[in-house]
Ligand binder design. Sequence first.
Ligand SMILES: [Zn+2]
Length: 471
Amino acid sequence: MSLNCLSAQSLEDFCGTTPYPVSSTDLILKRHKDIENFTKNSRKTDVWIPVQFHIGGNDDSTGYYTIDNLMTLICNWNKRYEPVGFKFYLYDMPIYFNKTLYYDHTQQEGYNMIQNYNINNVMNVYLVGNPKGVCGYAYYPGAGPRQGAVVLKNSCALSSSTTIDHEAGHYFNLPHTFSGWEGLDTNAAFPPNTEYVNGSNCQFTGDNFCDTRADFISDRWYCPYSWNFRDPNGDLYNPDEGLYMSYSTDNCQKYFSLSQINAMNYSLQYDRNYLISPPAPDTVTPIPPELTYPVNDDTIPAYPVTFHWRKSEGAMFYILTHQKGTGAFKRTFVTTDTFFTSTFIFKYQYYKWRWKVQAISQTNTCTDLAESTFVTDTNLVAPVSENYFEPLDENPPILVYSNKKIKIINFQKNLPLSMELYNLQGQRVVFINANSSNEFIFDVRNIKSGLYFVKLSCKGKIIMISKISMF
Ligand SMILES: [Zn+2]
């Protein structure tokens, strides 16, 4: 069984919702009792929940939800779920797929997507362009293919959107506050088991919770509520716009009720227990990585540019962003390495660029960014193919130069190094092979004064590229 939820973008863009499974009053009341006992007996601690994100694109690899937006989304989602006690963490790096059939999917295609891509025993969340014409949907526990999933429309997953909170609520077995009214107009005949405003039948009507006021609006609505509709007893409705499980617009939604929170915790424990069985993740917060090249307005060849930084402890992956000083031409990349060659052509001569790296860990997607600047000169030629660049993470060599002497201090005695010097036209002017040694000095007095690129290699792998001036 799936749930369709309304669009945050447009009040027209709503859809019919498959209602919460109908259950007998006895079963509903028994579950209330079980939740009550569970809540009384369980110690309240935060629970880590592994989430696998799937980012869908078109066949031509366009339309992807951006990785930096995803980091912010997870951050805000976790803040809003603090009262619930759930802490969502990255089970693994987001999985990308390019398939238009799933990017813009029907009910059946969405089902197939989940069937094909779900990772077992984690919470699977999909971000695509158009999930069957709605803002998002989810599967209740026990429903859907392969433990179900949450599916979100990219444009309904802005950092301030509450679609993910709403859908995750369904995923942990919460009905809509207006349950029973799905697909009905506000002035329709009262559906069976209509919840009364006075609370007399709240335990087994509507969403079956008594601390969520009777709700009857299954269309997106703006808060504050200001209509004059009455329930079957003639009492005026006053639905709670602050509840995530209502259809008030995103800016109105602020919380779950205590009963909803208890029910979600119970559902996690008994319906989706597999989510809490894996060992807790490493909660280290990576520090912003040290950027090593290009930095501090280095003037470098315009294309290609390989960015380098040092490893940050606890990082699962890095997000690299480069853009013009003004913010234009922003490009974002993901890598597990500590370097990345951008294929972007920095064609503006002497233009200043900014680049940033964010180290992301499993449990912290809100880390601070490291940032630096560089200037591109289209007259310069890249000195070397930097594809084989593999900087040493620990104790990299130190380069000292003056008076046409280059001293290299090698902390790893067993590494044989070779050094090459390139001029700015890309011509190699010096090549020296060195034996393993912990310190050696190259005398390069024959070269002309000027700027050079130094390339240090070890067993065929480039481990350092640096720009130096020799005078
Ligand atoms: Zn919903």
